[in-house]
Design a protein around this ligand. Sequence first.
Ligand code: GAL
Length: 733
Amino acid sequence: MRVVHDFNDGWLFEGTETVRLPHSAVELPLSYFDETSYQRRFSYEKRFDASPDWQGQEMTLHFEGVMADARVWLNGEEVMRHADGYTPFEVRLTGMLRDTGNLLRVEIDGSENPEIPPFGGQIDYLTYAGIYREVWLRQTAPVSIGLHRITTPHVLSAEKSVTVSASLDNPQGLAAAGTLTARLLDPEGREIARTAVGVTADCVDLTIAGLKDIRLWDLDSPALHTMVLDLETAGGRDRVETRFGFRHAEFTADGFLLNGRPLKIRGLNRHQSFPYVGYALGRAAQERDADILRHQLRLNLVRTSHYPQSRWFLDRCDEIGLLVFEEIPGWQHIGGAEWKAESVENVRRMIRRDWNHPSIILWGVRINESPDDHDFYVETNRVARELDPTRQTAGVRCVTDSEMLEDVYTMNDFVLGEFEIPGNNRPRTALRPQRECTGLDRPVPYLVTEFNGHMFPTKIHDQEQRQAEHVIRHLEVLNAAYGDPQICGAIGWCAFDYNTHSDFGSGNRICHHGVMDMFREPKFAAHVYASQGDPDGGIVLEPVTFWARGERSIQGVLPLIVLTNCDSVEIRYGAHAPVRIAPDRGRFPHLPHAPVIAEARHFGDAGLGVWGARWEDATIAGYISGVEVATRHFVANPVPTALEVVPDADDTSPGDAVRIMIRALDQAGNRLPHLFDPVSIEVSGAGHRIGPALVPLHGGATGVWVRAHEPGMMKAVVSHGRLGNVTRVITVN
Ligand code: GAL
């Protein structure tokens, strides 16, 4: 039977430091660093003895992701080179292992090798360097289950079926006659069907039909079934369990359908990077990002811009009902023939790795925002359709009138920023109708894959007025997408701020394009997305204000946008009579939940008091069906009152990192947006802190990841000069 050994511990990095994977070759400061510091070669070595029960077994190393251009040696002999930094690769060790003292050496090259995607031009993100995902050593019988694709044809019929196409791994070429048994488990793990087929060749197909009462995988009920495959041949026994879902996803010229029902896509783009360690955070952080996108931002889709992301992230999307648009690595630049061949390989690697994830509904088979390239993209589409006829293809472009070789025309529509371009007399427009972009004479399946981003960078500590405009722009585009039945939906740029090259961003090596900062702390625009979720899933009441008379030009807090999924909002200011205001459906008629916008006209002549008068406290309350369901209080005279220190979890496992959010709050529990005081973070016990010990608050908040290395307790003590110390204990199991 197969055993998967954790191979992440005890790597000697650069001959000096013992590290655990995932690992980043260079830890960067948060901002203003030299991104060439990791663009060089690094080495990792691991010594290990063979275990007696590996005798007669197939031994294979599985690398989930190494950036980039990895070369692997075993006992001095080169056994593998894998150029792509985003897809996994395997190294067969069978027959090469010594009983003791094996030496595995991995050399990586973090330089931006123009021969491999995404490199060759400028890219607006960093790729970092390191063995930044996990490594496993797989032990199987000589004949084992290899790649297998599970498909669910006719999902929408009452009686369903499931098909498995599996290949056997039989590197020794043994006579492999035997049996493959497939057992279908329901989401509770109960067996509901089984079948067995004879195996004679290295490929085998089987179908289980006549399935009744199967629960579909859907956003609110992501029912995951499991296929247990048992192989028995003269070459040994093997078992693999694979999760999948029964669901139907289709982009049409009249919108997107999930399980036959129309669904407007509301998404954001995600880069997989984190402060300091870049890509190198493991399971917990990956899962947490998916949770943030689904539960906190209430999205229904994420685009893995611009490359295949961690399998932990995708597994979590499967579990929580978050749709995924996944794409191959690349950014604007297309290289020569070999480069393109590598990119076509990336299509293969991505699809073969991920075809069983029900969350994935679209394969991106173009280099993001590249020009048309007929032959290249005919080939990427052909390969995708051949490997996976069940999913549509897409290819993200920013040019109009591009050749449509894919099933879905996916467009980065940044038109909303164009009214500000000098000499461009375009009126303020949120989105273009699809035909203006496609240039086609007929409607086609059409999805907006980016908007806003560089057209309106906004920092978490930017002035309130800029943040309010940031909010309005996200609202306008979502409203336009909801209002146009020929737009399947819109995916904003982007979820989280990210480190980038000096050619982009704010000069500090950060693109402040996120609706959350790099620590995943929400800016106001995050609540645009959250507030579109129904109140059943959580009431949102987020006034876009720091509540200060003198923050904005001219003074005051009006117009005051309140992002909410309530029916109405009441503003209680000082001794004034409360003012009840309904959502602004005139301006945002198509949104599921239009914001409330309080204006001077709602408050009579004096507005909310005039310059020179006393500035008062306020309460903003949300109502649903006439009942008060949420309140937010604002104080006229905020002072630092509490240090909030919130870990994402109070337990973890070795190797994993827990994020701790740190916020300085006023008397009403609101973040102090202009507090930039330092906080110190000391971590002791079974883990360590990632990043510096002394950090400033950004807009009143910051975060830190603490990484566990052994079972026990991790203690984090966060100290602020005026607010004292807060201690949090995290158990490492
Ligand atoms: C797009 C690009 C993204 C990001 C974004 C910033 O052109 O696809 O990766 O750079 O602009 O708005």
